[in-house]
Ligand binder design. Structure first.
Ligand code: PA5
Length: 446
């Protein structure tokens, strides 16, 4: 099994009786998810995705990745939220947060269209200067403003650089199979197109073309990744509560929430986990934060953040629990050398490796935080590789569906995301939003 859940550091907060008490609810939530009888059931295609994916499209994704690798120095991945977080998390988890600066025979990959920062966009335009470029634009709706604006700018760059025909051969579109502006453009210009399935929402889509194409371009073995997801599905969909760590994770976080632990901090001691944290925050934040309910998902990378948020976690408001992601094996390791003079007093570390020191920092911190009143759930992975990534994605998605139904919300919609969009369109003068625009400007200007 690639992910193991440990709850030793929840003792004193959660009793065996508490766990027994919530099992029927968790089992009910799992049944609701599996039978497709709950709210948002139309968006649960990801549950069967590891068996039920489109094999012909998967072969095209792999072929397109090879084409992109051969054609360009830089791949621009344009998308926001669920349309980029998973791919970026995979690349940083399996390769490195420094992927672009590593020695490699695959293109640099930049993620854009995930903000409206003029500075970030200008910097990327500068980076692209003199480079051969391909674009993978990803938007299920095809209408999201951030990626649409970035796509307009980079498409224009490609057309000026290569001419219309070649530009469109360098643009790969991942969108709805029938609807939206991107689909229309793909049909008109003959761009290679991949589909975001109707029954899979953005934040559950990393194992579809949304994630697979950029991940394959980075040189990650997607077959191995999908095998990880398949094994997770086989295990977690069949196992009973006693043997099912996704169900237990859902149970413990709901029990802690009911005790007033309204914030979950995902903690890892690996810098390569930072984007995985971001992916997880979107998955759980958008799935559970609604109807006035939900655990607030936060994240830290230790020991870095022990020197910033560590103080608060140790002694601040006791409304939180941590979920600590730990790795059994390092991806790489460095031995600590002996120093004759020992002026830094570190010879007591001689003979140890950085991985061992990090593991001790982890054990020490968990005890300190637990003693300080912060329960810790531990999720142990074997290592940071493609198989474990695939397994972890399915694990977190499956637990999220169960957890959301246990909480009593629809884990597959995101109605709250529309509020800022409406206001932004009104302020920018989008046709149809004139009246709201006048009202908002009055409020802003007093
Ligand atoms: O999870 C979700 O559904 C969202 O985060 C979307 O992924 C995000 O809003 C981007 O939407 P789209 O792919 O339609 O541009």
């Amino acid at each position: 099994m690639a992910v193991r859940l440990k709850t030793d550091y929840c003792k004193g907060f959660i009793s065996d009786e508490d766990v027994k008490g919530i099992i029927p609810e968790i089992e009910g939530a799992r049944k609701t998810l599996e039978n497709g009888t709950g709210a948002g059931a139309d968006f649960t295609g990801w549950v069967r995705l590891p068996y039920d994916y489109d094999k012909e499209e998967y072969a095209r994704i792999k072929a397109a990745a090879e084409k992109i690798k051969a054609k360009c120095d830089v791949l621009l991945v344009i998308g926001i939220g669920g349309s980029y977080l998973g791919a970026r998390a995979a690349i940083e988890f399996v390769k490195s947060p420094l992927y672009n600066t590593l020695k490699k025979d695959t293109p640099d990959i930049y993620f854009t269209g995930n903000s409206i920062s003029s500075t970030a966009l200008s910097e990327l335009l500068e980076i692209c200067d003199g480079k051969d470029i391909c674009i993978n634009v990803i938007s299920k709706s095809g209408t999201t403003t951030e990626p649409a604006v970035a796509f307009r700018i980079f498409r224009d760059l490609l057309i000026r650089k290569y001419g219309k025909k070649e530009a469109y051969e360098r643009i790969f579109i991942t969108t709805d199979k029938a609807r939206g502006a991107l689909k229309k453009l793909a049909d008109a210009e003959g761009c290679e197109t991949f589909v975001v399935p109707d029954d899979i929402g953005g934040r559950y889509s990393v194992l579809t073309a949304v994630g697979l194409l950029p991940i394959a371009v980075a040189g990650i073995d997607t077959d191995v990744m999908l095998k990880g997801a398949y094994d997770a599905a086989e295990k977690l969909r069949a196992a009973s509560f006693e043997d099912n760590d996704a169900m237990k994770y859902a149970a413990y976080r709901n029990l802690l929430y009911r005790q007033g632990k309204t914030m979950e901090i995902m903690a890892s001691y690996e810098a390569g986990y930072a984007m995985m944290n971001e992916w997880w925050k979107q998955l759980y934040g958008e799935s559970e934060g609604k109807d006035g309910k939900g655990i607030f998902p936060a994240s830290v990378i230790f020991s870095t953040d022990l020197h910033s948020l560590g103080q608060y976690i140790q002694e601040g408001l006791r409304n939180m629990f941590e979920t600590v992601v730990t790795f059994r094996e390092p991806t790489a390791d460095v031995a600590i050398p002996y120093d004759e003079d020992n002026e830094d007093g570190l010879n007591f570390l001689f003979g140890k490796t950085m991985f061992e020191v990090n593991a001790n920092a982890e054990a020490a911190t968990m005890l300190a935080h637990y003693d300080g009143g912060v329960p810790n759930i531990v999720l142990e992975f074997d290592k940071k590789d493609a198989y474990n990534f695939g397994y972890a994605v399915y694990f977190f998605e499956y637990a999220c569906g169960i957890s959301g139904y246990t909480l009593g919300v629809n884990p597959f919609n995101q109605p709250g995301v529309e509020a800022y969009k409406k206001n932004m369109y009104a302020l920018l003068g989008k046709p149809g939003y004139e009246e709201l625009g006048v009202e908002l400007k009055k409020r802003i200007n007093g």
